[in-house]
Structure formats: C-alpha cells, structure tokens
Design a protein around this ligand. Structure first.
Ligand code: UDP
Ligand code: MG
Length: 317
C-alpha cells in the first residue's frame, strides 16, 4: 500500500463526508493505493455513525472509535499502530488541511528520501489570539530542539516514512513535538513544505487556551521523560556507588593497618575508632548506599511508569 492517511477527529461529523471524498479523489487521480484511518477520539456528535456510513461506500476507510476522549496524541498513536502504507500522512479532520498537498508530500518522502515532511502554514487563517502564542511556541521549540529548519512544528498535515511512525510513541500533548520525537528516535532528514491553511468550515476549534500551557509543560517533560530522563538517575546512582566504594576502601585500609600493627606487635598505634578518617569513611559508606538506592529506585520507577498511552478502543470498522 502506498499511502495511509491518519485522521484524528473529535466531533467533526459535518466535515467527514467531504474530507473522505476529497482524499479519495486525490488518491484515485494519482493512482495511489491507500487507506483512510479515521480515529474517532470519543466524539459525542454523530461522527461515528457518519464513519460507519462512509465505510459502506468506500472500503479503503478504516474507523477506530475510542471509548472516550483521550486527546489528539492518543488518536494519532493508535492510527500509527494500525496503518499499513509506506508513506503515512496525518491530517486534521476539519478541512483546514488540503488533501491536494498529498502527492507532493508523497514525492518528497519517496523520491527525496525525507523521513518526515512537516506542513508549514505560512498564511494562517486563525485569530491573532492563536497566531501569536503559536509563533512563540515555534520559536521556543526550534531553539530547544535544535531543528532550525522548521517554522511550524504543530501543523496537523505531515508526511512520514512508515518506519518513523512505527518507531515513535505520541502521548499527552506530544503531537506538537512529533518532529522533535522523530529526531530523537534517530530520523535525521526532516523537511518542511509550505501548505495551504484553510479556514475552518464547520464547527469550532477543539482546543482551548489550556493547549498552550499544556504544550509548554510537555516540552519540559519531553526533556525529562525523553532524552535526558535517565541522566539524573544515573548521576545519583553513580555518585552513590563511588562514595560507597571510596568509603569502603578507606575503612578497610584503616582496619587492615590496625590488624597489621597487631600481628606485627607494634605498640602504641591508635585504635580504629580514634581515627577521624574512619568516621568519614563510615559516612561515605552510608550516604553512598542511600544515594545508590535512590538512583536504583528512580530507575525502576522510570521503567514501569504508566504515564503513556492507556486508551481504550470501543469499536472498529
Ligand atoms: N482532535 C482530536 N481530539 C481532541 C481534540 C482535537 O482528535 O481532543 C482533532 C480535531 O477533531 C481535528 C484535529 O484534532 O481533526 C485538530 O483540532 P482542531 O482543528 O480543533 O485544532 P486547531 O486547528 O484549532 O489547531
Ligand atoms: Mg483545525
């Protein structure tokens, strides 16, 4: 299969018929074999009924319904797990992204060998209250991630080589940082394509202002849960182990020296417990052991933390 289009959606019933027929006509005109994976993120409107209806008309449609609203990242993640195409396109359901961009995105992945091509909504059709925080967000993300060639990290329209989506995991609000996650997973060829951004045709945005706060918190958390997560733990563990080792050597040294003096019948050596060094060694051993255990426990916690995707799928078609 050439292309999988993954569409996360939450209460987008009105847009779906037009979206699917538009995607299908682009695919058919370009003779692509394809699937459209519609992930219903717990909609409370008629979205699921519309998906079931569309499926009867077009077998290339795959519907997945969440039991409740788990967020766009979880919806993308489940689509990434299910998809089969060699190139994966993600797209919002609200017709703000144009399916006409798909052939060029496909060409850049297959011919120019990009791992990921991210859409750049150069001319936005959004209110200022959204465009200004978005600009700020992109500036910070660009600096922090070192991906200087991207202007628009959070564009819903993106294209990926299949291996990329199969080897990354998106959760929380991480969908905003997929290029960063892909880079950390080792995919280096990340590009950008200017795409048309259309005004929302039906309904309203599904995110409130909290998106920006959550987004920035998640940026911090990817630094701690992602790349650098293990560093502080290894750091404490290593310091602890070193301190334990040095303390043990010091204490042993003092004890051996004492034993040596006893066996050689040398008199007038100090008692072990009279030496301040012995107490320093004891402290080093105790503190070292504690720190080592702290590092060890942190390591265990980080390996078993259930913070990731725990969504439940209710139905599929
Ligand atoms: N979306 C989703 N789960 C959510 C919120 C949004 O799957 O909890 C979908 C939504 O239906 C749309 C896409 O994510 O397909 C982008 O959302 P929206 O258009 O509301 O965001 P905006 O364009 O305002 O950034
Ligand atoms: Mg939108």
């Amino acid at each position: 299969m050439d292309i999988s289009v993954v569409v996360p959606l939450y209460n987008e019933a009105e847009s779906l018929p037009e979206l699917c027929s538009w995607i299908s006509s682009v695919m058919n005109n370009n003779a692509f074999s394809y699937e459209i994976i519609l992930v219903d993120d717990g909609s409370s409107d008629e979205s699921w009924e519309v998906i079931e209806q569309l499926k009867t008309q077009n077998p290339a449609i795959v519907g997945i319904k969440f039991r409740r609203n788990y967020g766009k990242s979880a919806a993308l993640n489940v689509g990434f797990e299910a998809c089969q195409g060699n190139v994966v396109i993600t797209m919002d359901a609200d017709l703000q992204d144009s399916p006409d961009e798909i052939p060029e995105l496909y060409r850049r992945i297959t011919e120019e060998k990009f791992d990921l091509v991210s859409g750049w909504k150069q001319k936005r059709h959004d209110p200022l209250s959204k465009t200004i925080p978005t600009k700020l967000f992109n500036l910070v993300t660009r600096r922090m991630s070192g991906i200087y060639n991207l202007h628009d990290f959070n564009c819903g329209l993106k294209a990926y080589r299949k291996e990329v989506v199969k080897s990354i995991e998106v959760y929380g609000e991480m969908h905003r940082y997929i290029p960063v996650i892909a880079k950390w997973a080792g995919f280096k060829k990340i590009g950008e394509q200017v795409v048309e951004h259309r005004a929302r045709k039906y309904g309203t945005t599904k995110f409130g202002f909290s998106r920006f706060i959550n987004g920035f918190l998640d940026l911090l958390s990817i630094f701690f849960v992602g790349k650098f997560a293990k560093r502080p733990m290894h750091f404490f563990g290593t310091i602890g182990a070193l301190s334990f080792l040095i303390g043990t050597i010091m204490a042993l040294w003092i004890i051996i020296e004492k034993l040596y003096h006893i066996t050689m019948h040398i008199r007038y050596t100090r008692e072990v417990v009279d030496q301040p060094l012995f107490y320093i060694a004891l402290v080093a051993i105790i503190v070292g052991f504690q720190l080592f255990l702290t590092g060890f426990i942190a390591e265990l916690v980080s390996r078993n933390s259930p913070e990731r995707n725990t969504y439940q799928i209710e139905k599929t078609v």
